[in-house]
Design a protein around this ligand. Structure first.
Ligand SMILES: Nc1ncnc2c1ncn2[C@@H]1O[C@H](COP(=O)(O)OP(=O)(O)OP(=O)(O)O)[C@@H](O)[C@H]1O
Ligand SMILES: [Mg+2]
Length: 511
């Protein structure tokens, strides 16, 4: 019996059809992923599953009393609660039970009448706590908190003082600890560094209950998902047997669909030719009519169209920067105290460098320091005099009520409409999407919009902080190619090992 089911769901936002008869079924304990290109409707499907949106047709069915948790980008938490309390908040009822048990023991010890009854009750609570693993809570919380990169200092901070990325991780951590029957996670690795991705992978592999997650991270999908739901052209196909198997089987299925479609087209043409030739002949008109009736009832196959539009990035290059693009000497970075021991580096012009190190170690602080957004504590750094830097970060603050068109227009007021549209189109943001408000865009569509400035402004030194987040396979490949072809220097922070490994000449590791 399925724990969660979507049956023939049809949905659109009032313009083009998005889901048209999409179905999926999650069984208890099943580890599933929902995949598909940017804008195909995955996040929308999640909102339908949790009841934030209603299907136009079809049905969402949860097995009664099923508990679930949902991770998206906009979670709501009390900003005054300390992180440590937030995590332990999962077990409030158990802590209360423990208190009750202690007070029962105290009452019993005072020798009140009926102390045996009190002892019995206390013991029963003790058994229940044992059963619920109460005494290993500390190590359980500890492993999640460590695994997701929370330091002792972070744990003491109120949620409001954590960075948005850390808050997102707190939310993820709490969700893992709650052990609901179904976890719904929309791109859970986006805020994680490679070690944390490894932690989450391991945790999910051993997760005793069901989950359904959305991700574009292929290595992660390969490791955690046993069942793949593939959303394409409004419908969902189920593939059991892991992500690698899905990739192979999907190609076979697409080739078969193409073959069936071509065969049907040939058949239709042949029949139409027969009908046209015979419908007017007295001797064969009857046969032609019956064949026409048969053709009219034929269920026509849709052309297995190519998915999505083309995506292309090209980062215009300004000029050469000598032999060494950046020199860093005894640089100490941080706010009140140095985060790391003094940094010494020479980055040769044109090299592609990965910046590694767990979250919070100071990668962003380093980037901000060399961009002169934060003063160094000591030491210094100098760029070659010709260097033109461009910085890409996810968290760039944009007015979400603007459309991509208006956003690009606001950055480059001199560009005419056609130029703005074609810039957006080339990164895969089609006309209709370019006219939607940013807050309504899918994660991938918004990420592509934020990459546009890199394709406009000439530079020779790119600082890219998690540029692959939200991008689907096609867009990631296009980004990879653009970075590879860029003659300038690139510093890359990226949790997707496969992406960075193929690209960079060397690594700088902070720890
Ligand atoms: N509130 C809305 N109003 C209008 N269109 C919307 C709205 N929300 C989403 N869309 C559009 O619906 C489509 C599907 O969006 P959705 O967020 O479900 O995609 P997705 O599969 O999660 O993509 P991604 O991989 O980029 O996260 C997108 O083209 C998006 O622009
Ligand atoms: Mg999405």
């Amino acid at each position: 019996m399925a724990i969660l089911e979507a049956i023939d769901v049809t949905f659109d936002y009032g313009d083009k059809p998005l889901l048209s008869g999409a179905s999926l079924k999650v069984n208890p304990g099943e580890h599933c992923a929902l995949v598909g290109i940017n804008g195909s409707g995955k996040s929308t499907m999640f909102q339908l599953l949790i009841g934030d949106l209603r299907p136009d047709k079809g049905e969402i069915r949860w097995e009664p009393h099923t508990t679930y948790a949902y991770l998206d980008q906009q979670m709501h938490v009390d900003m005054n609660v300390r992180a440590v309390e937030y995590f332990y908040g999962v077990y409030t009822d158990l802590f209360e039970k423990e208190k009750e048990m202690e007070s029962l023991y105290l009452q019993a010890a005072s020798g009140e009448a009926g102390y045996e009854k009190l002892l019995n009750r206390a013991e029963r609570i003790g058994d229940e706590l044992m059963e619920k693993d109460f005494y290993s809570l500390q190590s359980k919380v500890g492993s999640v908190v460590d695994g997701l990169g929370f330091s002792a200092e972070d744990l003491e901070k109120p949620m409001g003082l954590l960075s948005p990325g850390m808050r997102e991780k707190a939310f993820l951590g709490k969700m893992l600890l709650e052990e609901k029957q179904v976890l719904l996670m929309d791109e859970p690795t986006n805020f994680l560094d490679p070690t944390q991705v490894a932690f989450l992978t391991q945790y999910l592999k051993n997760y005793p209950k069901a989950f359904l997650l959305i991700s574009h991270d292929e290595a992660f999908l390969n490791d955690v998902a046993d069942v793949i739901f593939y959303l394409r052209a409004g419908r969902i196909s189920r593939y059991s047997g892991g992500y690698a198997h899905f990739l192979v089987q999907k190609e076979i299925d697409l080739a078969q669909a193409e073959k069936n479609y071509q065969a049907q087209q040939r058949y239709i043409k042949k029949e139409e030719a027969f009908i046209a030739a015979h419908i007017v002949r007295a001797t064969s008109a009857k046969a032609a009519k019956s064949r026409r009736a048969r053709l009219e009832h034929l269920e026509r196959l849709d052309a297995p169209s190519k998915e999505g539009g083309e995506v292309h990035f090209r980062f215009p290059y300004s000029k050469g920067t000598g032999r060494i693009a950046l020199t860093v000497k005894d640089l100490e970075i941080g706010y009140d105290h140095a985060l790391l021991s003094p940094i010494n580096l020479e980055i040769p012009s044109g090299s592609k460098v990965a910046l590694l190190g767990h979250n919070g170690v100071g990668k962003t602080t380093f980037i901000r320091t060399i961009l002169s957004q934060i003063p160094p504590l000591s030491g210094n750094f100098y760029f070659h005099e010709n260097v033109d830097c461009l910085y890409f970060e996810q968290m760039v603050s944009i007015d979400l009520d603007m459309t991509p068109f208006e956003y690009i227009r606001s950055l480059y007021p001199d560009f005419d409409n056609t130029r703005v549209r074609s810039l957006l189109a080339s990164v895969g943001v089609k006309n209709e999407t370019a006219m939607r408000r940013l807050r309504e865009l899918s994660g991938g569509e918004a990420a592509k919009t934020k990459l546009v400035p890199l394709t406009v402004e000439k530079s020779n030194f790119l600082l890219l902080d998690e540029p692959t987040n939200h991008l689907d396979k096609k867009a990631k490949d296009a980004l990879f190619e653009a970075i590879e072809e860029f003659p300038g220097t690139v510093i890359l922070v990226c949790h997707e090992k496969d992406f960075a490994d193929g690209l960079v000449d060397y690594e700088i590791r902070f720890n």
